[in-house]
Design a protein around this ligand. Structure first.
Ligand SMILES: NC(=O)c1ccc[n+]([C@@H]2O[C@H](COP(=O)([O-])OP(=O)(O)OC[C@H]3O[C@@H](n4cnc5c(N)ncnc54)[C@H](OP(=O)(O)O)[C@@H]3O)[C@@H](O)[C@H]2O)c1
Length: 271
C-alpha cells in the first residue's frame, strides 16, 4: 500500500513532491490530501496529481499519516498552531521549512511529534534535486528511511545530523544559484569573445548539464575529470590559470561559508 500523504501548502515544492511521489509509485494520487490557504491552489495541485483537495488543516491530518509541511517559513507560526490539535502519534511530519529547527516545530505542535527536517533544492522541480534530511528528537530510524525514500523520488537524498543542515543549506540549498551565476558569467565571456547571446546561452547550459552528468556517471571525481581535459599548454589550462590567479577556489569557499553563516543566523531567529 502506498503512503497516505498530506500537504500543508500547495506551492512550488509541494507540486514537485506530489508529482514525484505519484510518479515513483510511492503514493496513489487518490491517497494524497492537499491543503493550501488559497483554495484555488489546493484544487489546482489536487487536479494535476489526481488527488482530492482538503478543506482544512484538520481534514488533511485526518486523511493522512505523513504530513509535509510545505509553507514558507514565515507562515509556520500561523500554520503550526492549527496542526497542534489534530496531531496524533500516527503522524510523521516532514518539514521543508527552510532554517526552522525541528525543536521549534516540535514545541509548536506539542507532545512528542515525529519530525524529519529536509533541506531540498530547486532542481527537485525537475526531479534532479539534492536533499539532506535530519530527524528530530522523536522521529525513528524507520521515519528517516520513509522520508529518504520519498525524497529520492525527486533526486538524491542523504541523511545528515541536524547541525549539518546549515552546511547543506550553504552548499546544495543555495548551490543552484551559484551555478546559475557561473553560467551567467560564462555566457558573458562567450559573448565578449564574439558569440551571439542565444548561442552562448545554449552552449553554456548544455556544458553545465554535460559536466554534471559526466561527473555523476564517472568513477573519477571532479578533480580527475578536470585533469583529463587539461593538457599542458592547452586552452583549458590557460583558462584555469586565469581562474587560479583570480583566487577562484578561495572565493567559492568564502561564498559557501557566508551562506552557512547566514543560515545559522536565520536558524537562531526561527528557533
Ligand atoms: N522552492 C525551493 O526551491 C525550496 C528549496 C528549499 C526549501 N524550500 C522550502 O519549501 C517551502 C515551500 O517553498 P515553496 O517555494 O513551495 O513556497 P510557495 O510556492 O510559496 O508555497 C507555499 C504555499 O503555502 C501557502 N500557505 C501559506 N500559509 C499557509 C497556511 N497557513 N496554510 C496552508 N497553506 C499556506 C502559500 O499561500 P500564499 O502564496 O497565499 O502565501 C503557498 O501557496 C518553504 O519553507 C521553503 O523554505 C523551498
Amino acid at each position: 500500500m502506498g503512503h497516505r500523504i498530506g500537504f500543508l501548502g500547495a506551492g512550488n515544492m509541494a507540486t514537485a513532491l506530489a508529482h514525484g511521489f505519484v510518479k515513483a509509485g510511492l503514493a496513489d494520487g487518490a491517497d494524497l490530501a492537499i491543503y493550501d490557504i488559497v483554495a484555488e491552489k489546493s484544487a489546482q495541485l489536487a487536479a494535476a496529481a489526481g488527488a482530492k483537495p482538503a478543506g482544512s488543516v484538520a481534514e488533511t491530518l485526518k486523511r493522512a499519516e505523513t504530513i509535509v509541511l510545505a509553507v514558507k517559513p514565515q507562515n509556520a507560526a500561523e500554520l503550526l498552531p492549527e496542526v497542534a490539535p489534530g496531531a496524533e502519534p500516527r503522524h510523521l511530519f516532514i518539514s521543508i521549512l527552510a532554517g526552522t529547527p525541528t525543536r521549534a516545530i516540535e514545541t509548536r505542535i506539542g507532545g512528542s511529534p515525529r519530525v524529519v527536517r529536509v533541506m531540498p533544492n530547486t532542481p527537485a522541480l525537475v526531479a534532479e534535486g539534492a536533499s539532506a534530511l535530519a530527524r528530530g528528537r522523536w522521529a525513528t530510524a524507520a521515519d528517516l528511511d520513509t522520508a529518504l525514500e520519498l525524497f529520492r523520488s525527486v533526486g538524491i537524498a542523504v541523511a545528515v545530523q541536524e547541525e549539518q543542515l546549515d552546511a547543506v543549506t550553504g552548499l546544495s540549498g543555495s548551490g543552484p544559484a551559484y551555478f546559475f551565476y557561473l553560467m551567467e558569467a560564462l555566457i558573458e565571456g562567450g559573448c565578449a569573445a564574439g558569440l551571439d547571446r542565444e548561442t552562448a546561452t545554449a552552449l553554456t547550459i548544455q556544458t553545465a548539464l554535460g559536466a554534471g552528468k559526466l561527473a555523476r556517471s564517472s568513477a573519477d571525481g571532479p578533480a580527475a575529470l578536470r585533469e583529463k581535459v587539461t593538457s599542458k599548454g592547452g586552452t583549458t589550462a590557460a583558462g584555469l590559470a586565469a581562474l587560479r590567479e583570480g583566487g577562484f577556489e578561495g572565493l567559492v569557499k568564502r561564498c559557501v561559508a557566508a551562506a552557512v553563516a547566514r543560515s545559522k543566523e536565520l536558524g537562531k531567529a526561527a528557533g
